[in-house]
Design a binder for this molecule. Structure first.
Ligand code: ADP
Length: 594
């Protein structure tokens, strides 16, 4: 896997450069094919060869008709023409394959490279970037936008360039034989294009209206189905039926109008198309009647003009696709040109960490608000100490954790680890010595063993067993069909909440971290599970500096110190007993939960 990713190109530079200069998507696209341009050129060459029958055919057809319409026809040339036609048509299969093969090779490589670049970039972007951009949006960028870009490049190669070449070839052939006809083509071209575009646009507008209405309808239907228990429970069926009916009738109206628009403008498009051909036919026939061109040439011009009209049609067809592709290039640029990489860029690699923390008057607000979530947070934490953070929701507990992990950087004040300011620290080296147990256990599809040892190599079997015992997972694993190697579905579907939490604890333990960040799960467990999880947690935090965001006050008796937070400040600090005796904020909270 490592080697493959080395083979695919890295495009970050391209987008970094493009980031500053918006609105040049073609240039960006072109740069994505750097290193592939020979392939593109070959693809184009094979396109010209494979497509040549279209042009040669009209010329030779004219020639053949001209030959046989002469009274003293010399059939030798007639047969030569026929043979040439045979040959140029037959080569099409091979050259078309080559044309597509060279293009596809480069576009697929571009696609893989672009996805790889994005996935790499995602790993390097800061957490604050990720929390702003919802993960679904990110997925859409990696999957759909990249696909759109690939589609765009194919459309350029398979529709846009061919159409332009067709028009150039047709006008050139016409010009070489009759300037009068060529001029007619050039004069008619913009008119035809304009009219066809106009009709298309009308249909597209109606289509857009219709699609919106369909989306509205599916929303209404989904909502109605979801509401069903409530609707029925309150006896509101009739009102609900009425409501959905309204949407359905709206859709019917829009649908009818769309059909009529399509009929009128679809037909108008065809009529324009054909009328222009009739104009061309009449004109060339008159020229032939006057003896200025030969009879066969009339057929040739008719064919050339048909090719031109078809090309214009194709250009208009790909136009909306282009708009989509450009939009996708823009969307991908947003991510790849972002400079919001990890907050800290220090280089000091911590040796073995003792686990002493110092928060010096830390203030912090999230990017999109001015409200300070932390407001002068000051705390010294001794190595090996367990600190429980409590306080009402929104007090800033998780934010303290995020800052201590280094996901965010204080707006003022600073954080030191073992006396070293975070700014100087190599964050990735630091994070290799910490373990994070998030509120919602994140399991990936794989075996239990893989989930526990995530990211570690060379974990001995004894070590794994020790950790499993400490996390109290041995019974769970024994009951599984394949033991440790049992596959757990995506997001750990088959496991209970308590089991998942214990796997997360085992995952933290096996890293043997110096520092642990625990965001206690809020979801209630039954008493037995709770007891087992508690036991595992106690094993985990023994002898390591630990920060727990505690939601259940019963779980923090063992903490060395409890930090009570309110509005981003520390309200009280002390051991459980001290705080209870003080009868202050903590005592109040405790009373509420009792
Ligand atoms: P707690 O963990 O004590 O419940 P948090 O630290 O999660 O509190 O949140 C503190 C405040 O910061 C809350 O008002 C919350 O709305 C806000 N907040 C949390 N995360 C973000 C974020 N990513 N962007 C903006 N505001 C946030």
């Amino acid at each position: 896997m490592g080697i493959r990713s080395m083979e695919t190109p890295d495009f970050e530079r391209v987008f970094m450069d493009a980031g500053g200069r918006k609105g040049r998507p073609f240039r960006t696209l072109w740069r994505l094919y750097r290193g592939q341009r020979i392939n593109l050129l070959l693809s184009l060459l094979f396109f010209i060869i494979k497509h040549s029958p279209v042009w040669i055919m009209s010329v030779l057809t004219a020639d053949m008709i001209n030959i046989i319409s002469r009274p003293d026809a010399d059939l030798k040339w007639f047969w030569i023409d026929a043979a040439v036609l045979f040959a140029v048509v037959l080569q099409n299969v091979a050259t078309q394959t080559l044309h597509v093969s060279f293009m596809s090779r480069s576009s697929r490589l571009m696609e893989a490279g672009l996805r790889g670049t994005m996935m790499r970039k995602l790993q390097h972007l800061s957490m604050s970037y990720h929390s702003e951009l919802r993960s679904g949006k990110m997925q859409a960028k990696v999957l759909r936008d990249v696909e759109q870009i690939e589609l765009l490049s194919k459309q350029v190669m398979y529709s846009f360039v061919p159409a332009i070449l067709n028009i150039i070839a047709a006008v050139t052939i016409a010009a070489a034989t009759s300037l009068a006809v060529a001029s007619l083509f050039v004069v008619l071209l913009p008119f035809a294009g304009g009219l066809v575009y106009f009709f298309r646009n009308k249909i597209r507008q109606r289509n857009r209206d219709f699609r919106r209405q369909i989306e509205e309808m599916s929303g209404a239907v989904a909502e109605s189905v979801e509401m069903l228990p409530v609707t029925k429970a309150h006896g509101l069926e009739d009102i609900e039926i009425e409501k959905v009916n309204g949407t359905l009738y709206n859709l019917r109206g829009k649908g009818y109008r769309l059909d009529i628009t399509e009929a009128v403008f679809g037909a108008s498009g065809w009529v324009t198309f054909t009328l222009f051909q009739v104009i061309c036919l009449t004109f060339t026939c008159m020229l032939a009647y006057q003896g200025r061109i030969q009879i066969g040439d009339v057929v040739m011009y008719q064919g050339l003009f048909g090719t031109i009209m078809m090309s214009i049609n194709n250009l208009i067809n790909v136009y909306p696709q282009f708009a989509k592709g450009f939009e996708s290039i823009h969307s991908v640029t947003e991510v790849l040109a972002s400079t919001e990489t990890d907050e800290y860029q220090g280089t000091k690699v911590p040796g073995s960490i003792r686990g002493e923390f110092r928060f010096e008057n830390v203030r912090f607000h999230y990017k999109d608000t001015d409200k300070h979530v932390l407001n002068g947070f000051t705390l010294d934490v001794k190595p090996g100490e367990t600190i429980a953070l409590v306080g009402e929701s929104g007090a800033g507990k998780s934010t303290v954790l995020n800052l201590a992990i280094g996901f965010y950087r204080p707006t003022s004040g600073r954080i030191l680890l073992d006396g070293v300011p975070f700014d100087e620290l190599d964050m990735r080296a630091y994070r290799r010595q910490i373990a994070v147990v998030p509120q919602n256990t994140v399991l990936f599809s794989g075996t239990i063993r893989q989930n526990i040892t995530y990211g570690l190599t060379n974990v001995s079997e004894e070590e794994l067993e020790r950790v499993i015992r400490m996390a109290n997972l041995q019974d769970v694993i024994a009951a599984m069909p394949d033991g440790l190697d049992t596959m757990i579905g995506e997001h750990g579907g088959k496991l209970s909440g308590g089991q998942r939490q214990r796997i997360a604890i085992a995952r933290a333990m096996i890293r043997n971290p110096r520092i642990i960040f625990l965001d206690e799960a809020t979801s209630a467990l039954d008493n037995i599970s709770e007891f087992v999880v508690q036991k595992a947690m106690r094993e985990l935090i023994r002898g390591r500096t630990t920060f727990i965001v505690a939601h259940r006050l019963s779980t923090i008796r063992d903490a060395d110190r409890i930090v009570v937070m309110k509005n981003g400040r520390i309200q009280e600090v002390g051991s459980y007993e001290e705080l209870m005796q003080r009868r202050g904020e903590f005592y109040q909270l405790k009373q509420l939960q009792a």
